[in-house]
Design a protein around this ligand. Sequence first.
Ligand code: NAG
Ligand code: NAG
Ligand code: NAG
Ligand code: NAG
Ligand code: NAG
Ligand code: NAG
Length: 401
Amino acid sequence: MKIKKNLHCILITHLLCVIAGSQKYKSDIKYPLIFVPGIKESILEAKLNNALVEQKKCIKNTNNYFILWINTQFYKTNSTICMDEYLTLLYNNKTRTTSNTPGVNIEVPEFGKRPRAIEFQSSDVTVEDDLNDITEMLVKLGYRIGYSLRGAPYDFRKGPNEHTTYFNKLKLLIEETYTTNGNKSVIMLVRSMGALMSGTFLRRQTQEWKDKYIKSLVSISGDWGGAVGRLITYTDGVQFGKYTLRSFSTFPSISWILPHPFIWNPYEVFVETPSKNYSLSNLKDYFVDINYEVGWELYQDIYPDVEKDPIPLGVELHCIYGYGIPTIRKIYYGKGAFPNKPPVLIKGDGDGTVNKQSLSACAYWIKLQTQPIHLVPMKGSNHTFISRTNSTLEYIKNLVT
Ligand SMILES: *[C@@H]1O[C@H](CO)[C@@H](O)[C@H](O)[C@H]1NC(C)=O
Ligand SMILES: *[C@@H]1O[C@H](CO)[C@@H](O)[C@H](O)[C@H]1NC(C)=O
Ligand SMILES: *[C@@H]1O[C@H](CO)[C@@H](O)[C@H](O)[C@H]1NC(C)=O
Ligand SMILES: *[C@@H]1O[C@H](CO)[C@@H](O)[C@H](O)[C@H]1NC(C)=O
Ligand SMILES: *[C@@H]1O[C@H](CO)[C@@H](O)[C@H](O)[C@H]1NC(C)=O
Ligand SMILES: *[C@@H]1O[C@H](CO)[C@@H](O)[C@H](O)[C@H]1NC(C)=O
């Protein structure tokens, strides 16, 4: 059969050839797979047109799009500060939306194509493509990149309130992938913040649609309930090798991954200082006291989605997560240290980045939906490396074969 198709292929046009070629893969796999990335696996491209940047050493114009996040060159040329400037979002408190720095155009490349992350290594910063192993395994099992294995990247800086277009595109991608793979329902494979993204997406679809198009959702280190550690983004930035990225405070997505009230007590203290403690109940005071009130505005914009956390997703869930690794659970400031001096980080259980109660928050919906929910804890696996462990690969292999 295959030989016959290939011969046929030579005789007809290229387009028909591609269609004929893809047909033979239809029966090879059980469920097509769509990947929704987290922050680290996302790629952004930028093109500069008189970019309004403060640093003299940062270029202001480019003829073409170049990779902005994550780009090795900025690091190698000691100009990470430029990457930081280009990534910064400006907030408009009238439209309640964010926009790029003037003169910086940003695009998300390769929607529907290979799930991937940029991989690079330099003296003190390593960024690994933690999807490589999963992708390679799936390809060996008969998956075809861009056809039965597809990425659904998005601008990771923005929150759900600014992702209406993305959610529409994702819906079409799922429907198209279902159809072109012979009416096979899709497994959504999601990573880190991709869990919140897909949760919001699924809550916006009808049950009928989900029953038809979604086989299940598999999350790897999904931060379903946010992470306490993200609070220090506003005071200490995000460490990127030797350099501290400041732009992250301007991202609505960061306010989205602060601790979520459906799993955390509103009075649980996240930031302790000698004169005042901060919890979800007085989060506004936190932003006022660190002198970053935009942070409070951003939080209010994403809050309507945070409020929907208790609503179950209505699809079968497999929540794979690591635990047993010290993870920030409280940020403590000694006398006179808040907010400008380094805090003491008090650790609890988690995967090193996200707290255990957030990673295991899928359990919250067990009694609220009929579709099964599987918790898959893996002791000692950290937030990133878990996607490369044999246990994770085996688990995914069993789901798709
Ligand atoms: C990189 O930049 C920092 C701060 O601007 C400077 O202190 C450092 O010496 C630079 N390193 C190199 C290798 O140029
Ligand atoms: C919006 O921002 C401007 C400038 O920072 C400020 O003066 C104004 O009070 C803000 N408006 C609202 C509604 O927050
Ligand atoms: C997929 O479903 C459509 C609509 O129900 C149908 O027309 C088509 O034949 C189906 N294709 C396969 C391969 O089952
Ligand atoms: C802050 O919280 C700690 C325990 O979480 C408590 O011991 C302390 O008294 C609180 N401080 C203030 C100022 O409320
Ligand atoms: C995660 O675990 C891997 C494997 O044990 C280790 O090589 C890596 O350094 C860890 N990453 C972090 C951030 O701890
Ligand atoms: C993972 O599996 C490979 C091949 O089966 C094996 O060589 C390797 O030792 C395993 N690694 C671990 C950490 O179990």
